[in-house]
Design a protein around this ligand. Structure first.
Ligand SMILES: Cc1ncc(C[n+]2csc(CCOP(=O)(O)OP(=O)(O)O)c2C)c(N)n1
Ligand SMILES: [Mg+2]
Length: 273
C-alpha cells in the first residue's frame, strides 16, 4: 500500500484505462404495480384517509391555479407563468413528507410545495402581479415566489444556483443541531451545471442533511436528456461518496420520500457540556 492523499492505494504493474464506474442504469423503485396492487417486497404503508384527501385536494387546487394563471398570462395580464402540469404529485407528495421546519430551496416548478405549506392563492396572485402586497415588492419576475414564514427561499432564475445554497442551509442546520433538513428541487437540465457537482461534493464533505430532488421530465426546454448528460441517469450523483441516490416513480412519491427522510434528518444530537 501507498499512503496517498485521500486514502491508501495498492500498487499495480499494468497500465490500463479504468472502465466507467456506473455501467447499469439505476432501477426505478416503486411500491404499487401497474394495476395499483401493493408490491409486498416494498416498504408500502397506508396513509390516512384524511391525509390522502388533503393531498388530492391540493393537487386539484394546483391544477386549477395553473389553468387560471396560465390563461391570464396568455391574455397578457401577467408577463410570465410556468405550470406544474404532470408534476402535481412530485410537488404535493414531497411537501407532505417533509415537516414545516425543513427548508426548501426550489426551482420554479414546485409551487405546490408552497401551497401545501399554506401560501394562499391571494399571496400567489400578489407575487404574479407584483402588487404592493408582493413580498418581493415587484422586483422579481412572476413565479419567483418566496416566503420567510414558510421556510421557502425565493425561486432562483439561473438554473442550479439553489443547489450549493441548499447545502449551505443544510450545513447551518447541522451546526445549529436542529432536527431538520434542507431540500432542493431542480430539473434534469440542472444536472449539467457546474453548481450541481459543486453542491454534491459540498454535501458529501460536510455530511449536510440535504435532499437533492431531481425532477427528470426528459427535457430542458428543447434539449432532451440524451443531449444533457452521458451518465446513465441523473441519479449518478451516487458517485459522490456519502450521497445516497435513488430513482423514484412519480405517482408514489409520498412514501418514497418518507423512506428517504430518516437517512438525511438527524435523529438525536449529543448535547455537549
Ligand atoms: C444558468 C441558466 N442557463 C439557462 C437558463 C434558461 N433556462 C430556463 S429554464 C431552462 C430549462 C431547465 O430545464 P430543467 O432544469 O430540466 O427544468 P424543467 O423546465 O424541465 O422543469 C433553461 C435552459 C437559465 N435560466 N439559467
Ligand atoms: Mg426538465
Amino acid at each position: 500500500f501507498v499512503d496517498f492523499p485521500g486514502g491508501k492505494l495498492s500498487f499495480v504493474g499494468e497500465m490500463n484505462f479504468l472502465p466507467e464506474s456506473q455501467r447499469e442504469r439505476i432501477n426505478c423503485y416503486r411500491v404499487l404495480d401497474d394495476d395499483g396492487g401493493t408490491i409486498y417486497s416494498s416498504r408500502f404503508q397506508e396513509v390516512s384517509k384524511e391525509l390522502a384527501l388533503k393531498m388530492y385536494s391540493n393537487m386539484v387546487t394546483l391544477q386549477i391555479m395553473d389553468t387560471i394563471f396560465y390563461e391570464a398570462q396568455r391574455q397578457g395580464r401577467i408577463s410570465f407563468y410556468l405550470t406544474s402540469n404532470g408534476e402535481e404529485a412530485i410537488n404535493i407528495a414531497s411537501a407532505a413528507a417533509l415537516s414545516a421546519q425543513d427548508i426548501v430551496l426550489p426551482q420554479y416548478r414546485e409551487p405546490g410545495v408552497l401551497l401545501w405549506r399554506g401560501f394562499t392563492l391571494q399571496e400567489f396572485a400578489n407575487q404574479l402581479f407584483g402588487n404592493k402586497l408582493d413580498y418581493g415588492k415587484g422586483r422579481q419576475m412572476p413565479i419567483h415566489y418566496g416566503s420567510n414564514r414558510l421556510n421557502y427561499f425565493t425561486v432562483s432564475s439561473p438554473i442550479a444556483t439553489q443547489l450549493p445554497q441548499a447545502v449551505g442551509a443544510a450545513y447551518s442546520l447541522k451546526m445549529d443541531k436542529k432536527k431538520a433538513c434542507a431540500i432542493t428541487y431542480f430539473g434534469d437540465g440542472g444536472t449539467s451545471e457546474g453548481d450541481f457537482h459543486a453542491a454534491l461534493n459540498f454535501a458529501a464533505v460536510t455530511e449536510a442533511p440535504v435532499i437533492f430532488f431531481c425532477r427528470n421530465n426528459g427535457w430542458a426546454i428543447s434539449t432532451p436528456t440524451a443531449e444533457q448528460f452521458r451518465s446513465m441517469n441523473c441519479a449518478s450523483a451516487q458517485s459522490y461518496k456519502g450521497i445516497l441516490a435513488r430513482a423514484l416513480y412519480k405517482t408514489q412519491l409520498l412514501l418514497q420520500v418518507m423512506e428517504l427522510l430518516p437517512a438525511v434528518r438527524p435523529t438525536e444530537y449529543a448535547v455537549s457540556g
